[in-house]
Design a protein around this ligand. Structure first.
Ligand code: GLN
Length: 262
């Protein structure tokens, strides 16, 4: 009754990753030991995991790990779970500068650190600063990082006062308050998701202040919501030029790159 085989055939949603997490086995390994009978303790723990999933707890918060680009990141409920869409920001950044340039990067609202850490791993000679107003998030980011990144606590640019960068990147909160999409995201920190009535409150702050922190011809790269492209192009207004917009894997508008005018 409690063999792996029976669980695999049970039709319980996500039973494969849940069994894998419980028994620390891959799908292929689970199949190869499918006659194994779970003991009482394992059955109890599996029931808890199944109930949590049924209540909507994201699998990443159960496993405590989420893959992003070529790395695995520790995640806790203090940080947003990395999304595949955000990998677009990495691809855009990697194409932006000559290979050997010692780029100064600022990642605003780093969360568990995915943007800063991935780009530093790909470009160890870059100088990387990452900020977040959440001390709990920064602690997770620091645990994810083996490289030399400057993590600073503060609201948007507060922790970068007096410094300038070649590239400022942010995946800020951008969902409008009251958006129906939020009903599926209740386990994640709301202040990492929601940004005022139109979802643009934080993006406005970033756009309106970034000129003070960008070097000559520096770039601003933002992730944004799918209906925000035209508004953001307008917000970039007179201070920026060479504006490029990018779609994600689902062909939704998702990122904007702009260069500061000098
Ligand atoms: N892309 C996320 C989502 O829609 C939102 C992330 C964000 O607000 N930065 O689930």
């Amino acid at each position: 009754m409690s063999s792996i085989h029976n669980y695999l055939k049970s039709g319980v949603e996500d039973i494969i990753p849940l069994l894998g997490l419980l028994l620390k086995k891959s799908h292929a390994e689970l199949i190869s030991i499918s006659n194994y009978q779970l003991n009482l303790e394992q059955k109890k723990r599996l029931e808890v995991l199944i109930k949590q999933r049924q209540k909507g707890k994201p699998f990443a918060y159960q496993s405590g790990i989420q893959g992003f680009y070529h790395l695995d990141f520790k995640v806790t409920p203090s940080v947003l779970i990395p999304r595949p869409e955000t990998e677009l920001l990495i691809d855009i950044s990697l194409d932006l500068f000559p290979k050997k340039q010692a780029v100064k990067l600022l990642d605003l609202g780093t969360g568990c650190g995915i943007i800063a850490i991935t780009l530093k791993d790909k470009n160890p000679h870059w100088s990387v600063t990452a900020t977040d107003f959440s001390a709990a998030a920064l602690r997770v980011a620091e645990q994810n990082c083996q490289a030399d990144i400057s993590f600073q606590q503060g609201d948007w640019f507060a922790a970068a006062e007096g410094q300038t960068f070649d590239l400022i990147i942010s995946n800020p909160p951008y969902i409008p308050a009251g958006d129906c999409h939020l009903a599926e995201l209740t386990f994640e920190p709301q202040n990492a998701l929601v940004s005022g009535a139109d979802g643009l409150k934080d993006i406005k702050i970033i756009i309106n202040n970034s000129h003070k922190y960008l070097q000559k011809s520096g770039y601003l790269l933002l992730e944004h919501g799918q209906n925000q492209r035209a508004n953001i192009v307008k917000l970039l207004g007179k201070k920026f030029h060479n504006i490029q917009t990018f779609k994600d894997y689902n062909l939704q508008d998702r990122a904007i790159l702009a260069q500061i005018k000098n």
